[in-house]
Design a binder for this molecule. Structure first.
Ligand code: HEC
Ligand code: HEC
Length: 306
């Protein structure tokens, strides 16, 4: 009898106490380190609430996947041992599909991914790893997601055509790429390694929405950079620009002509932070969909100084 069916059989009679459950587990998994309450209660829940068929919803839907480098490392070793023969050493695919993709159709969210790993997909060669502890499955899931994020995704556009578009647009008046260009925007020399294609698309057509989560820190001070700010002086005149520094007493802005403005806060009437806006103009409608794909393919190819 497998561990899971034993648990289910036990639970089906009367619900075992935690210590009963633990002694039964301990007997069956010799040498296992002491489990945390979390997975113990997960097992109990799983056993009592349902007979989780392959692909069934995971019960522990609230838990986030682990993010520590230790957990990812462990996940990758488990993956190599148990999954790589079908999915390839780095999830590049083989008998099973490539998993280094940002969207997995059978595992659209993390809870389902954990459940697919443990329970498999019915009617396919993806059998599932019933012997895997929930904690281990979650580490494998975290690893699978990590290769999905860093994957080199094949984009529809043509990077060379995109580079030409980039050069003939005014991008280099605000951005530097490999020493070329100038201006108030962030350097784009390695933007393809830092950002996914969706973010790049949003940065171009809807820069105000891409900005806040995009650039959380700037320089050493840790405030959100590139924030458009309107400083209203005592005489009512205003200066609109991008915040490049701010502390309790002072504020520095750079206007879109590149001019630097420095204020003491007590000499200002007000400071308006434009949280939804960006100093980058939206290029929505400027390019055809195919041109936009080209531009994104070019930006995604920028992976560091060449
Ligand atoms: C015996 C081969 C085999 C093994 C071992 C195996 N898989 Fe699979 N896996 C498959 C196949 C085949 C599919 C495709 C099933 C289908 O047709 O939908 C699949 C599908 C998947 C999917 C869904 C992919 C998608 O695009 O939706 C995930 C996620 C997955 N496997 C993860 C794993 C993990 C993690 C392991 C190791 C714990 C593992 N698999 C072990 C063969 C395997
Ligand atoms: C007037 C200045 C200006 C121009 C022109 C401009 N940008 Fe920007 N860009 C910015 C600023 C400022 C940011 C910082 C984030 C924000 O405010 O949206 C930015 C952000 C970006 C980002 C996101 C960078 C990241 O790390 O997330 C990309 C990609 C980008 N711009 C591409 C372009 C492209 C492509 C063009 C030309 C089609 C262009 N920009 C034209 C000012 C500009």
């Amino acid at each position: 009898m497998s561990l899971s069916s034993h648990l289910i059989a036990t639970a089906g009679g009367s619900v075992p106490s935690g210590s009963q459950l633990w002694s039964c587990l301990a007997a069956r998994i010799p040498g296992r380190r002491t489990p945390s309450r979390t997975w113990l209660s997960y097992l109990l829940l799983t056993a009592v609430l349902s007979v989780p068929g392959p692909g069934a919803q995971a019960q522990d839907v609230t838990a986030e996947l682990p993010t520590s480098s230790e957990a990812l490392e462990r996940g990758s070793r488990l993956f190599l041992a148990q999954c790589s023969r079908c999915h390839g050493a780095a999830g590049t695919g083989g008998e099973g599909p490539a998993l280094n993709r940002p969207v997995l159709h059978s595992a659209p969210d993390d809870a389902t991914l954990v459940s697919v790993i443990q329970g498999g997909i019915p009617g396919t060669d993806m059998g599932g790893a019933w012997n895997m502890l929930p904690e281990d499955a979650r580490q494998v899931a975290a690893y699978v997601r990590s290769i999905g994020r860093t994957a080199v995704v094949v984009l529809p556009g043509d990077p060379a055509a995109g580079e030409a578009l980039f050069q003939e647009s005014d991008c280099l008046s605000c951005h530097i790429v490999s020493g070329q260009g100038d201006g108030i925007g962030p350097e784009l020399t390695d933007v393809g390694a830092r950002r996914g294609a969706e973010h790049l698309r949003q940065a171009i057509v809807d820069p105000g929405r891409a900005r806040p989560s995009a650039i959380a820190t700037m320089g050493t001070s840790g405030f959100e950079g590139y924030l458009p700010v309107r400083a209203v002086l005592q005489d009512g005149s205003t200066v609109y620009g991008m915040r490049i520094n701010e502390d309790d007493y002072t504020l520095q802005l750079r206007d879109d002509a590149g001019g630097l403005h420095s204020f003491r806060k007590d000499e200002l009437q007000s400071i308006e932070r434009d949280l939804e806006a960006s100093l980058m103009p939206s290029y929505d409608g400027v390019y055809t969909p195919a041109e936009l794909d080209d531009l994104i393919a070019y930006l995604a190819s920028l992976r560091g100084a060449s």
